[in-house]
Every structure is written in structure tokens, then in C-alpha cells.
Design a protein around this ligand. Sequence first.
Ligand code: KG4
Ligand code: ZN
Length: 337
Amino acid sequence: MQVTILAIETSCDDTSAAVIRDGYVISNLIAGQDVHRSYGGVVPELASRAHQANIVPVIDQAIKKAGISKNEISAVAFTRGPGLLGSLLVGASFAKGFALSLGIPLIEVNHLQAHVLAHFIRIKGRENIIPSFPFLCLLVSGGHTQIILVKDYLEMGILGNTIDDAAGEAFDKCGKLMDLSYPAGPEIDKLALQGNKNAFTFSKPSVKGLDFSFSGLKTNFLYFLRDMVKEDKDFIEKNRADLCASIQFTIVSILTEKLIKASIETGIKQIGIAGGVSANSVLREAVKNEAEKRGWNLFIPPIDFTTDNAAMIGITGYYKYIRGEFAGQDIVPLARL
Ligand code: KG4
Ligand code: ZN
């Protein structure tokens, strides 16, 4: 019997729906929200309103694009958290109503676990190599920066965590200081292509163990810009590419160094990266170089499955379905998990 999961992701500012059949993605739609661009970050109230406007058409399209009828859906998976409560509520409410109306099970999914399991999304005609257990996953997103020990699909432990800002936040906040729009990560990645990564040096934190810190770097960047702009008011404009390349290089070095440390300490050479920042071209290149040097078996998800998407919620839902891990109608979303 086929297992067909309708998956819904609304944790932040992307409304996404996907259909996953037996682990293969057969549709994955994402409606972004341009409304936040000029604010330099996500405005929670605007995000939840945009989810309300987008959710029905996005789910309708995901089902149509998959070429299935509603009656073929085995279960509905949705993001329970972590995320913005107002945004999570839209997806959770829709998922509950949909499951109830069709009399099918409801599956709650942890957004972070889903980012890690993005490695297991199968694509027809593009047979991807998937990690075996145990593996280490560097999870880098807008809200989280963690090194995770993945023992099984649904069994994971956190080995390292950020003690303040996340890596994506560092990209976005530094971008904002350079007048880039939100989210600044992808733009920094692009602008840095024309820049020199050694043009400027920024401080790297010394944090114990496998933990991370990015707030000091952001402050260092802020004061540096403030001092330089005092001398030349066009400093940022004249040096934007070099600033992007240098700050990106610093963030990527911080991430890569801890990942290497985690691999040495655990003796695990199966390594993956996941989350929005794992779309970064310099991070992808850096871990590839380390993999070659250190004999890692490296897993990098396709770009489409790095930033927020419902396919990753669907694959997690699929593994939970197989294990019979269902949620009741009384389940509530949680901003923190
Ligand atoms: O995983 P994600 O889509 O959402 C969260 O769960 O937070 O990650 C979003 C983060 C943002 O901070 C964004 O700037 C960053 O991922 N990001 C990037 C790139 N693409 C997205 N950061 C650096 N380089 C990129 N190419
Ligand atoms: Zn995410």
C-alpha cells in the first residue's frame, strides 16, 4: 500500500505545501512573503496574515500538481514548532481541519528535525545518496545553529548550540547594516562573488566545546562600519563586495571549525549540513574541501530543500507514519520546542 503524505510548513515567512509518496517528493510549493523585505526582518503579524491568504491556494496547487485526489492522502503532517506562534497556528489549524474532514491521521513535526531529514527526501529520476546512521549534521538556519548527532530518523541529540544569535541571523543582521534587504544571506552570497574574503578581518569568538556565538561578530562588524563611515560616508557602498566576502568567510570559518572539532571528538566521518544557511555557496565549498582532506562521507541537500519547505515536513511525516506516531486533535503548536 502506498503512503501519501500531505505536508504543511508555516513556521516563519514561507507558506509551503508538499505531497510525498513513499518517500518521494511529487510536489513541493512555496509562497514567499515579500512584505517583510523593507523591515529588515520578519514581522510576525504580517507573516500570519500572509499565511492565511496563501494557505488554501498553496495546498490546492500542491495537490493538483501532484496529480492526486484528496482521497489518496494517507495523513496530514504539519510543523508544530519551533517558529512564530501566529504563523504556526495557521498551518496547524488547517491541518487539523483537513485531517478531521477526511478522517485521516494527523502528524506533528518538529521543524528542526525536518531540516535534518531533508537529506532523505527522494526525487524521481535523481537518485540521491542518503546518509547512514549515525551521522553529524550541522543545522544552520535563521533561528538555529546546532551540531546534531543523528542516530536514527527520529532519534537525534544536540552536541552543540548557539549561545546567542544563529548563523542566519548573523548574515541577516550584518546585511541590514550594509543596507541589504531581508533575508540578506542569499544577497551576501551573491555580492561576495565579486569581493575579496581577506579584505577585512573580523573577530572569531572563543566558545567552549561545540557551542557557537555570533553576537560578538555582529557587534564587531557594527563598530567597524561605524568607524569607517565616520572617515568616508560612502565606505559601505565602495566596499560592499569585500565586506560581504569577508563577513561570509568569517561566519563560514566559525561553522566549519566546530564541525571539524565535532567529527574529531566523536570519530564520526559521516557529515551533513542542513537549513537555510546550508544554501551558502562558500559553506558548501568549505565542507567539500574538508571532506576531501579528512575522508568525510559528505551529504549536502539540494538547494530547494535547504531553506524552509514542506517536502522536509513530508519526509519526517512519512517516517512518523510508518512508526504510527500520530497526534490528536488537541495538539497545539509551540513557539519553542
Ligand atoms: O531554514 P531557513 O529557511 O528558515 C529558518 O528556519 O530560519 O533559513 C533562513 C536563513 C536566513 O537567515 C537566510 O538569510 C539564510 O537562511 N540563507 C542564507 C542563504 N540562503 C538563505 N545564508 C547565507 N547564504 C545563503 N545562500
Ligand atoms: Zn527552517
